[in-house]
Design a protein around this ligand. Structure first.
Ligand SMILES: Nc1nc2c(c(=O)[nH]1)N[C@H]1C(S)=C(S)[C@@H](COP(=O)(O)O)O[C@H]1N2
Ligand SMILES: [Mo]
Length: 438
């Protein structure tokens, strides 16, 4: 186990220049404080002094908890065209969105997280689709090669609001830490995608009865510069590809897909780890077996087939491919650190549940001792996130935390602390923010 999250160049530079700041960016101040034992065993008075206000629900404040007020990230890095995102790495580009910037129902392009495994293709950077084509081959009756105009002309356009979440979102909450980008809560976005159905394209090619899985390829290149190496090539079972919400998208929020997000065409196979939604899509290889492309192999995007104790070494053969992402929610208003004047506050945010729907959202302001049911909106379409709101009365002035917990259509609820796994996937512990009332 390593506590260095990544050996990618951007982070190395960051560590070389300012290791303390790098720790805060990469692990979050919460983990940083944890590792130093900063708040270990701190008494109530010390906690109150640290957050700058008395703890109203001090009787239910769990010992050893780091107050959410001290668990915020900061960074000086900026990504062009991305507004306020926290850059975890600049090569490859990995940037997440602070929770309060995810308040919109549709995430603006400037606020949608970016997760690259390799180097963005040059043509995409110039928004040049002239040389682009997509091939569909393998276990099909009629292999296809499609240009952009043909793709748009031949198949019916579909517009859907779809959540896209990185499998590693929330990894920073793992203890012991696991390697990889230390995403906190913001490797999630919810855009309106326009495209054609993956199913329609596969039907046009004619699936053979031997077709069981897809293999996706993009035009991005490997970080090493070696043209024989592929940064990522994942796939899905045929049933997921044929699902009516799986798209070959060419527009994001009504614009041609921007360079960062896969110009000119990407897949969106919602509800599953974001890695199956290939950007800069150039080839679909229909397979007669589970695809074995880059990052399909164990332990990438896999979780143990049985529960494991934190820190356990799990043999590769006991790791299974992650499919649906688990139920999750975030508080998008207020921003952590907000000062309320008065005794009333309306909290709001979004909730989503991978392949499932969200059935209920509950909020606590007393560290989980009691819960308040939030109002929950219906999703505009399947795989869209759902808006929740909760009007709360505060008993007195002081320091509060708001915790949020969503429950899905099968009754699965978010845990306080996530089940640990070796690669840090599917972390869905409750989101917490801090606020004070005066
Ligand atoms: N070609 C290609 N597609 C890719 C990736 C990549 O590195 N290359 N990253 C994947 C991962 S891990 C995620 S989480 C999503 C992120 O999509 P976004 O950058 O549009 O938010 O794209 C996926 N598709
Ligand atoms: Mo991802």
């Amino acid at each position: 186990m390593t506590d260095k999250p990544s050996n990618e160049r951007g982070l190395c530079e960051l560590y070389a220049n300012d290791p303390e700041h790098a720790d805060a960016v990469v692990f979050g101040r919460r983990a940083q404080a944890d590792r130093r034992g900063f708040l270990k065993g701190a008494g109530l008075a010390a906690v109150s002094a640290a957050v700058g206000a008395p703890l109203v629900f001090h009787r239910t404040f769990p010992s050893g908890l780091i107050p959410a007020a001290l668990a915020q990230d900061a960074t000086d890095f900026r990504l062009e065209g991305k507004d306020g995102l926290v850059v975890l790495s600049d090569r490859p580009i990995n940037a997440e969105t602070p929770a309060h910037l995810l308040d919109d129902d549709i995430t603006p392009i400037a606020r949608h997280f970016v997760r690259d495994n390799g180097v963005m293709p040059e043509a995409a950077r110039r928004l040049d689709a002239s040389g682009w084509s997509l091939s569909v081959d393998g276990e099909v009756e009629r292999p296809l090669t499609l240009g952009l105009d043909e793709l748009k002309r031949r198949f019916k356009p579909v517009k859907l609001k779809l959540q896209l979440e990185c499998g590693g979102n929330g990894r920073a909450s793992f203890n012991p830490p696991v390697s990889g980008n230390q995403w906190t809560v913001g490797a999630i976005g919810h855009a309106e995608w326009t495209g054609v159905r993956y199913a329609d394209v596969l039907k046009a090619a004619g699936l053979k009865s031997s077709a069981v899985y897809t293999g996706h390829y993009g035009t991005d290149t490997h970080l090493s510069g070696n043209p024989d190496k592929i940064p990522i090539s994942r796939g899905v079972p045929i049933a997921k590809a044929l699902e009516a919400h799986s798209l070959l998208a060419f527009e994001m929020n009504g614009e041609p897909i921007p360079a960062y997000h896969g110009h000119p065409v990407r897949l969106v196979c919602a509800g599953w780890p974001g890695s199956v939604s290939q950007k800069w899509l150039s080839r679909i290889w229909v397979r007669d077996r589970v695809h074995d492309g880059a990052k399909m192999e164990s332990p990438s995007y896999r979780v143990p087939r049985y529960p494991v104790a934190p820190g356990t070494d799990v043999p590769d053969e006991d790791m299974v491919i992650m499919e649906s992402m688990p139920v999750k929610s975030i508080i998008t208003w207020p921003q952590s650190g907000f000062a309320v004047a008065g005794r009333e506050i309306e909290l709001r945010g979004h909730a989503w549940a991978g392949e499932r729907a969200v059935k209920a959202v509950d909020v606590s302001i007393d560290f989980g001792a009691s819960w308040i049911r939030a109002r929950l909106g219906a999703p505009p379409n399947r795989y869209a996130w759902q808006r929740w709101r909760a009007a709360i009365r505060l008993p007195q002035a002081g320091y509060y935390e708001a915790w949020v917990r969503a429950t899905d259509s099968e009754g699965a609820a978010q845990p306080f602390a996530v089940a640990w796994n070796p690669k840090g996937y599917g972390a869905n512990g409750m989101h917490r923010i801090a606020f004070t009332a005066s």
